[in-house]
Design a protein around this ligand. Structure first.
Ligand code: FAD
Length: 419
């Protein structure tokens, strides 16, 4: 099989959506569902293999590609972070941006800086759609207002289908913001698409421990008895570091305003996409810069917002320093070990758990993703954890079993808003 059916048939799709655009025969379309997945019109497929060539689902030569992309003389290497130049902690100096972004607003404010300095003409970012306040929509932002309309994290499937066609038709240079799987696919495509390479001058990734499918939104709305069509504004994270989930149905006051840490943790693994379980790329090793939270004292005591940043490319390091010099951002170097420690709960077991799942899948003669990186040997607890996670996923996929989640969820989360 020389097309993306290989990925979907083996449940390896990340839902990145980028295969749709690369198909020269328009044979692929992304289907919206609990997760977004591609479908192939086999009558149209010309068997060129481009879709599978850029697919992050089947795996990725992360080591090989990162070696080719990040070859600066001062480059360092860390097992978890990959190749990098320097790691930082910091925040936007605009308190509004800092307070209303996911972490410290460094990412959004840096995009605005790049735009205002004329270093880029657009930034590919993801906002909630104007026709459905809980559905993500990726677009090319060309103003400060548009970049800010897309601030903060979207914990639901985000597919970038259509965007590379728009970039190719766009007058000017862009940077693309995405999850590690989006970045892997784009990096693969840039190895053979020189036209796209002329347009994309930077790939920025947010860290990702794992995503959630659309059933997570459905569960939350059901639990709080809110009709999706009544939602006028929605944020997974707003108001300060980590922040709150806010749901507006009318007016200026949110109907729900729940600390992120409460509801997100309480959802456990019920709604994790399967492919996230075999992902080994927490930070986005193929991006020029990565942005994330920093869950470690003293930074975790911050209530306004603080981000951690990994820079892999000297061009972006010097622009970042310029932004600091011009008082746009406040950032300072920190050792990479602190960044890793701040992510330790999800980061340290991630590759072991992925390895455990892959071992079990191989036993069942299932196809697994292939990486050019030696993965840590799993412990027994990693196998147990993956089995438990898959049991939870089974419940999450079957709404008639959601009473189990409701019971566990209600223990964790304040019922103040329950109606
Ligand atoms: C699914 C998911 C899992 C994450 N896991 C971790 C984690 O384990 N550890 C950690 O430290 N941080 C994690 N993050 C990242 C964190 O939530 C923040 O996005 C990051 O700290 C950047 O903060 P900021 O204030 O600098 O960014 P902001 O200024 O708020 O900008 C965020 C940018 O990311 C884009 N974006 C948001 N969500 C998506 C998405 N789903 N797909 C593509 N683009 C998107 C937005 O369009 C915006 O441009 C995760 C984010 C997501 C979406």
């Amino acid at each position: 099989m020389n097309n993306i059916c290989l990925t979907t048939k083996n449940e390896l799709c990340t839902g990145c959506g980028l295969c749709e655009d690369v198909c020269p025969a328009q044979a692929i379309s992304i289907k919206r569902g609990v997760e977004n997945t591609p479908t192939v019109n086999l009558k149209k497929c010309v068997n060129c293999g481009k879709c599978i060539k850029i697919c992050p689902g089947i795996g990725c030569d992360i080591e090989f590609l990162s070696k080719n992309c990040f070859s600066d003389g001062n480059i360092k290497k860390d097992y978890y972070i990959g190749r990098y130049l320097e790691t930082f902690v910091g925040h936007s100096n605009d308190n509004e941006i800092r307070y209303h972004s996911a972490s410290g607003g460094v990412l959004s404010h840096f995009l605005i800086y790049l735009l205002e300095k004329g270093l880029i003409n657009g930034a590919v970012v993801t906002k909630f759609s104007s026709s459905d306040a809980m559905y993500p929509e990726t677009f090319i932002a060309t103003s400060k207002e548009e970049i800010l309309s897309a601030k903060s994290s979207k914990y639901c499937p985000v597919s970038l289908n259509g965007i590379t066609k728009k970039i190719l038709a766009f007058e000017g240079k862009v940077v693309v913001v995405g999850l590690p799987c989006h970045i892997q696919s784009l990096r693969k495509r840039l190895t053979f698409d020189s036209k796209l390479k002329e347009k994309i001058v930077g790939l920025f990734s947010i860290y990702c421990s794992s995503n959630r499918n659309f059933n997570a939104q459905k569960f939350l709305l059901d639990y709080y008895k809110i009709r999706r069509e009544d939602v006028t504004k929605f944020a997974y994270r707003d108001d300060g570091c980590l922040g709150n989930m806010k749901v507006f149905v009318s007016g200026k006051e949110p109907l729900l305003n729940i600390p992120f840490i409460d509801y997100y943790g309480a959802l456990r693994s019920f709604f994790k996409p399967r492919r996230c379980l075999s992902c080994i790329d927490h930070y986005g090793e193929l991006a020029d810069i990565n942005f994330g939270d920093i869950h470690i004292a003293p930074y975790s005591n911050d209530r306004i917002g603080v981000s951690s940043i990994i820079v892999r490319n000297s061009k972006y390091r010097s622009i970042l320093m310029q932004a600091v010099h011009e008082n746009v951002l406040s950032i300072e170097p920190i050792p990479c070990d602190i960044v890793n420690e701040s992510q330790k709960e999800m980061l340290y077991p991630k590759q072991r758990k992925a390895h455990a799942l892959m071992n079990m899948d191989r036993l069942l003669h299932r196809m697994t993703p292939v990486y050019d990186k030696e993965l840590k040997k799993p412990y027994l607890k990693d196998y147990v954890s993956e089995i438990l996670c898959n049991c939870q996923r089974y419940v999450g996929r079957h709404p008639f079993l959601w009473f189990v989640i409701r019971i566990l969820f209600s223990h964790k989360i304040s019922k103040e808003y329950k109606r």
